[in-house]
Write a protein that binds this ligand. Structure first.
Ligand code: NAP
Length: 250
């Protein structure tokens, strides 16, 4: 018996990275999973690599019509929705004086508006069935990070959003929590290495050296935390942000 038997889990931005690892973990514990990502072909390809029931759906989380259509499809094809992981993310890093309005809006659009639109579409079902689990991806960057004024504002915004969801949706059997990862080895951090002109392995080694547990994180570290928070074992936990960072923020 798995923790997510008979549950349907939707994970955004899950064609790769943390989202894909989370989809794999949920499926391994019994969930039927819907992988949402910008590119339908990549989402479908990722779903085909999942062991268990999985579908891939093209969805831009910043677009209300796209979100509505995706959630409707999940319910029609998988028979419901019980868990939402708001994972889709982008970075557009630059020092404030060089940051463009477009890069500010893009980052806010994916992380904050995306989480808002997805949650609004899912909560209709959660409230009606008096059951739902929401896990939002924040970041250690929420606490401030040079070159990430847009991203850090969005990720701290995610924490405030999560607390408010906890208050508003708790009476309806819905838990909402956030995971704030530290350095996780994915395409996103590889892109940061490229931006600062470092070799990926050197960049990871430097991050590991600075970390109290002397390693970088991996997508499975975040998937494990998301799975706990989305499980019934965590039903007395809501509105919280769990830092999963090897102690980087201590
Ligand atoms: P990733 O490897 O870059 O994957 C992000 C995924 O999100 C990609 O598949 C991307 O699709 C998708 N996406 C982007 N914009 C989207 C949109 N508008 N609608 C739907 N999907 C969209 O990133 P990751 O490292 O796994 O990060 C996952 C989450 O964890 C993000 O919220 C990130 O901010 C957060 N996080 C990551 C780290 C880290 O160290 N990696 C640390 C803290 C927090 P495309 O491939 O088409 O762009």
């Amino acid at each position: 018996m798995g923790r997510f038997d008979d549950r349907v889990a939707v994970i955004t931005g899950a064609a790769r990275g943390i989202g894909f690892a989370t989809a794999q973990r949920f499926a391994a514990e019994g969930a039927a999973v819907a992988i949402l990502d910008l590119d339908e072909a990549q989402a479908a390809d990722a779903a085909a690599r999942i062991e268990g029931t999985a579908i891939g759906i093209g969805c831009n989380v910043s677009d209300a019509a796209s979100v509505e259509a995706a959630v409707d499809r999940v319910v029609a094809e998988l028979g419901g929705i019980h868990i939402l992981v708001n994972n889709a993310g982008i970075t557009r890093d630059n020092l404030l004086f060089k940051m463009t309005e477009e890069d500010w809006d893009l980052v806010m659009g994916v992380h904050l508006k995306g989480a808002f639109l997805m949650t609004k579409a899912a909560q209709k079902h959660f409230v009606a069935q008096k059951y739902g689990k929401i896990v939002n991806l924040s970041s250690v960057s929420a606490l401030g990070n040079r070159g990430q004024a847009n991203y850090s504002a969005a990720k701290m915004g995610v924490q405030g959003f999560t607390r408010t969801l906890g208050i508003e949706l708790g009476p309806f059997g819905v838990n909402a929590n956030a995971v704030a990862p530290g350095f996780i080895a994915t395409d996103m951090t590889d892109a940061t290495a490229a931006r600062v002109g470092m070799d990926v392995e050197d960049f990871r080694a430097a991050a590991a050296e600075r970390n109290p547990v002397r390693r970088v994180g991996f997508p499975d570290d975040i998937a494990a935390a998301a799975a706990f928070l989305a499980s019934d074992e965590a039903s007395y936990i809501t509105g919280q942000t769990l830092y999963v960072d090897g102690g980087a923020t201590l």
